[in-house]
Design a protein around this ligand. Structure first.
Ligand SMILES: *Cc1c(COP(=O)(O)O)cnc(C)c1O
Length: 207
């Protein structure tokens, strides 16, 4: 997408270092088809069942990200289906994902979701608990963590949240940052996002 390239260049970054995750949740196939035809291969979904229905038999050659909250009783399907799970945020889920990785011999790339705005209604580990959680995910559950993900509060400037995510990632030796959506992905790229999750700006408004 041209806006990603421009934002990366403006930030002095290589556009190839920013992956577009096209968020296809709730979109009809008619809206997805032209995006696929244009060469997009990385898609984000926020519900396991919906994603499996949408991409059933069509996922070959694609990289599918789970970006919505995951219940541990859906770990089996999520590990079997997704290439990347971005919503790891608690020990119970770490344990059940680790069990499934063992059983299935398949390890989706994992991001820890951080609730940078400490919003009670939002998923994600609290910033103050993030270091200990990442350590436990690695040491206790043997998981490989690729990076961090956040969704800043809708009513605040996102920059400080992106900066906080980057700081937590740096002190935990994590290089990947999933941050930025349709309304703020250019800011996120400026703050170091390595992937942006963009829905409506790619597909049009969701119904
Ligand atoms: C829906 C969603 C997005 C995409 O939102 P847009 O504003 O349509 O770009 C990104 N991240 C998460 C976690 C989402 O649920």
């Amino acid at each position: 997408m041209a806006r990603i390239t421009r934002a990366a260049q403006a930030a002095g970054r290589d556009p190839a270092d920013v992956t577009l995750v096209a968020v296809s949740k709730t979109q009809p196939w008619d809206a997805i088809e032209p995006v696929l035809a244009a060469g997009q291969r990385v898609f984000g979904e926020n519900r396991v069942q919906e994603a499996m229905a949408r991409w059933d038999g069509k996922a070959d050659g694609l990289t599918l990200h789970l970006i919505g909250p995951l219940q541990s009783n859906k770990s089996r399907e999520a590990v079997a289906f997704f290439d990347v799970i971005e919503s790891l945020d608690r020990e119970k889920l770490a344990r059940s994902l680790a069990d499934e990785v063992q059983k299935q011999g398949r390890a989706p790339r994992l991001y820890v979701q951080v609730n940078t705005g400490e919003e009670p209604q939002k998923a994600g580990i609290l910033p103050m608990d993030a270091d200990a959680f990442i350590t436990a995910a690695r040491a206790t559950y043997g998981l490989t963590i690729e990076g961090l993900m956040c969704i800043p509060p809708a009513d605040e400037p996102p920059g400080p949240h992106f900066a906080l995510l980057r700081k937590i990632a740096a002190r935990n030796g994590l290089a990947k940052l999933s941050m930025g959506m349709s309304g703020d992905f250019e800011t996120a790229i400026r703050f170091g996002a390595t992937s942006v999750r963009v829905g409506s700006a790619v597909f049009g408004a969701r119904s």
